[in-house]
Write a protein that binds this ligand. Structure first.
Ligand SMILES: Nc1ncnc2c1ncn2[C@@H]1O[C@H](COP(=O)(O)OP(=O)(O)OP(=O)(O)O)[C@@H](O)[C@H]1O
Length: 485
């Protein structure tokens, strides 16, 4: 264990010796673009959790002295070593270091302490493409085209560098605040022979260590048949994503991974009748059983893909101009998403709700005394971000009843770090009103009436809410902690 930790430190360092590939006996010095800094996690103010991966947590982190905001990918050294993920981490570090494209998340610097490795990434405050699809049910063809074109552009770059991403999925396609896509998570990347990216000898991913790399719903048939990885792998995943954007679910979705694999190898593909001919044709071609025939992989290269009728009207030179995707033509979906306040445990790795102690370590939620921090993890749910400013984050959120004299209405009550307190219609996703904020307890006062019921007094209005999760006391504490920070 100690030995592993030591080697991890050496390879995370900003200057390492690598063997030159053409003259194996000679070593040359290799300097990372993104340096390894001597920072500590205390140099950063940790805000909301962006996401939880299988071996990392990604947290919005503001550098206290410069005010710069990063997406800090935090990886526990013991966990990585125990799970044999060391090679993946080193590979992601060295690959991201050499990528330079607006469609790829940038790595700025790394640092470490005795427990964790930290990668300071460009922050994407618009959430995952996955959330966009879930929130809207499905996307219009204009929106899907807008996002797909940006993924094609970024994949063209990644492939031109001789890399296969191998885990293209809507959870790894992140949105900036102006609605543009960046590809993240290079932990499964595979450098092809002759790749333009320099890879440390011990940082290559070990294919034999797992049955397949990637995510079940997007895995191509040839990978299930143990064929070697090709660029076509990512193009199959692209086909699945275009389908998912338009239909709301991935094309081979089923009740178990095994059933999904059956459908993939049998190419059991059905199109909803509202798909246009162009969309149907593009997906059909990308989901070709022969990886070399998928547009982008064949002889015509990326020109074949970019010239496909689905992309008609796309100006490939101006993909990242403009700030918003085309008008949302789709109805808000009945996604079956929980409107309540809990973190979806399937996205949380071990399923437990965890929060940060501010020292870079994770502590169990029940041990934490800071109610607003606890709530900020508890409420991690990016669909509410649309009602907030980009840098604003949710501190506490609950589906509550707003009680009036003769009626009651279910609303999503949201407290943010701005601070502000708003309530939103959870079905229509519209802001219904706000509770006028004041730091003065005479102008904003919370009174707990029962474990579920609480009143908020403002000079002009009295609000009565019922929180069925019995968090009336927590609401009072959270609001008061913001009045006296
Ligand atoms: N730069 C970023 N900006 C905002 N959010 C991010 C960023 N990078 C990652 N995230 C969020 O964190 C999640 C986990 O990150 P990532 O996929 O890199 O972790 P991982 O441990 O490699 O996960 P996986 O299980 O997919 O391999 C992402 O799905 C995304 O929601």
């Amino acid at each position: 264990m100690e030995e592993e930790g030591g080697s991890m430190e050496k390879d995370f360092d900003s200057k390492v010796k690598i063997e030159s590939s053409d003259t194996p006996l000679r070593s040359k010095s290799f300097a990372f673009r993104a340096p390894q800094e001597n920072f500590s996690i205390q140099d950063f103010q940790l805000e909301k959790i962006y996401g939880v991966g299988s071996y990392s947590k990604v947290v919005r982190a503001k550098k206290k002295d410069t005010g710069m905001v990063y997406a800090m990918k935090i990886m526990d050294k013991t966990f990585i070593t125990k799970e044999n993920k060391t090679a993946y981490v080193k590979l992601e570090r060295i690959v991201l270091d050499q990528l330079d494209h607006p469609g790829v998340v940038r790595l700025y610097f790394t640092f470490q302490d005795s427990c964790s490795l930290y990668m300071a990434l460009e922050s994407c405050d618009g959430g995952e493409l996955f959330d966009q699809i879930t929130r809207k049910g499905r996307l219009s063809e204009d929106e899907a085209r807008f996002y797909a074109a940006q993924v094609v552009d970024a994949l063209e770059y990644i492939h031109s560098m001789g890399l296969i991403h191998r885990d293209i999925k809507p959870e790894n396609l992140l949105l900036t605040t102006d609605g543009h896509i960046k590809i993240a998570d290079f932990g499964s990347v595979k450098p092809m022979e002759g790749s333009r990216v320099t890879v440390l000898p011990n940082a290559a991913s070990d294919d034999k260590a797992c049955t397949f790399v990637g995510t079940a719903a997007y895995v191509p048939p040839e990978v299930l048949n143990s064929s070697p990885a090709t660029f076509g792998n990512d193009l199959w995943a692209l086909g699945c994503i275009v389908y998912q954007m338009l239909a709301g679910i991935s094309p081979f979705k089923d009740t178990s991974e095994w059933l999904m694999f059956q459908r993939i190898v049998a190419r059991d593909l059905r199109f909803p009748n509202y798909f246009s001919d162009e969309a149907r044709d593009l997906i059909d071609r990308l989901l070709d059983m022969d990886p070399s025939r998928r547009p982008g992989a064949g002889n015509g290269g990326y020109a074949t893909l970019k010239n496909h009728p689905f992309f008609k009207g796309t100006d490939w030179t101006k993909l990242r101009e403009g700030t918003t995707p085309p008008t949302l033509a789709s109805e808000p979906g009945s996604t079956g998403e929980d409107q309540d306040s809990s973190l979806n445990p399937t996205r949380a790795g071990d399923g437990s709700v965890r929060t940060y102690d501010g020292n870079g370590g994770a502590v169990s939620a029940s041990e934490s005394v800071n109610v607003t921090r606890l709530a900020s993890i508890d409420s991690f749910d990016s669909k509410w971000q649309q009602f907030l400013e980009p840098s604003e984050s949710v501190l506490m959120i609950s589906l509550v009843k707003k009680l009036q004299k003769l009626s009651s209405k279910k609303v999503q009550l949201i407290l943010t770090n701005k601070p502000q307190l708003i309530y939103v219609d959870p079905a229509k996703l519209e802001v219904r009103g706000n509770v006028a904020w004041s730091d003065n307890p005479n102008e904003l006062n919370v009174q707990v009436i029962s474990p579920s019921n609480f009143k908020i007094f403002t000079p002009k209005k009295i609000f009565l809410f019922e929180d069925s999760k019995q968090r009336a006391g927590q609401w009072k504490k959270a609001i008061e902690s913001l009045q006296n920070p």
